[in-house]
Design a protein around this ligand. Structure first.
Ligand code: ADP
Length: 246
């Protein structure tokens, strides 16, 4: 499998805090990669470094073999590399279907999200993706009236509107009740297999990430502590220590 993402020695500092300290890892085309580590170990910062949300202090991010470190977030997104956030970013006062429309790549820019219009192909894709995540029946409801778990599914569907090649998911199951988690895992796996989206997932829930990921990297204190298959990482004493010592 070829490398889709190659993170080479990325360092990111906030004042005196070294949030990412010479981090190197890779994501292969077609896989589901996992990123774990105790709170404050630098996971979210690494996602921001990858998608161009802030300049990095050292190292390089290669995507499809090209150095994207100096590119802006919108340019990187146009190339098919995008992310979701820990806090959902939906428009609660707009219907579910309109949230999908404004996420379309061909959407016409308007001053307010309401005045943006998507093309016909995007209309069809919006409906297909809502069906895919099981929210088609809810398309005319206000997004803010959905349960938290449904809002996470909506956000996932919105992220898929731009047909990403590589989607970075920041704690997709956080705050979702356990009965809905299995449904979400299933959707993530299907998006990977059926829609061909490579996934890189930050996850706190060990059961989830062990079930979901093909390979996992564990960060601690901004550095890569261990990486390997779920079984290798689960049995690594350094990983256990990092969590117990956190
Ligand atoms: P994780 O996602 O693993 O919980 P983060 O990437 O959020 O870790 O944080 C890594 C470190 O960087 C922490 O010490 C955090 O306080 C610090 N940090 C993250 N973002 C900022 C910021 N914008 N300004 C200052 N410090 C930050």
């Amino acid at each position: 499998m070829s490398l889709l993402l190659d993170v080479k020695g990325v360092t990111k500092r906030f004042g005196g805090v070294v949030a990412n300290d010479a981090v190197s890892l890779s994501v292969r085309e077609g896989e589901i990669a996992g990123l774990i580590g105790p709170n404050g170990s630098g996971k979210t910062t690494l996602f921001s470094s990858i998608v161009g949300a802030h300049p990095i202090d050292a190292g390089a991010v290669l995507y499809e073999g090209r150095d994207i470190s100096a590119l802006r977030i919108a340019e990187i997104a146009r190339r098919g590399l995008t992310r979701t956030y820990q806090q959902t970013r939906i428009y609660g006062q707009m219907p579910v279907i309109d949230n999908m429309r404004i996420s379309a790549p061909d959407v016409k820019e308007g001053i307010l999200p309401l005045f943006r219009r998507a093309g016909r192909a995007s209309e069809a894709r919006a409906r297909d993706l809502l069906s895919f995540v099981g929210l088609y029946e809810k398309r005319d409801l206000l997004a803010g009236s959905l349960s938290f778990g449904q809002q996470k599914l909506l956000e996932f569907a919105m992220a898929l509107m731009s047909e990403p090649k590589l989607l970075l998911l920041d704690e997709p199951t956080a705050g979702i009740n356990p009965t809905l988690i299995n449904g979400l895992i299933d959707r993530l796996k299907r998006a990977n297999k059926e829609l061909g989206v490579t996934l890189f997932v930050i996850e706190h829930n060990m059961r989830v990430i062990m079930n979901l990921a093909d390979r996992i990297t564990c960060l601690a204190h901004g550095q890569v502590l261990a990486s390997g298959t779920p079984d290798e990482v689960r049995e690594d004493p350094r990983v256990l220590d990092a969590y117990l010592g956190a």
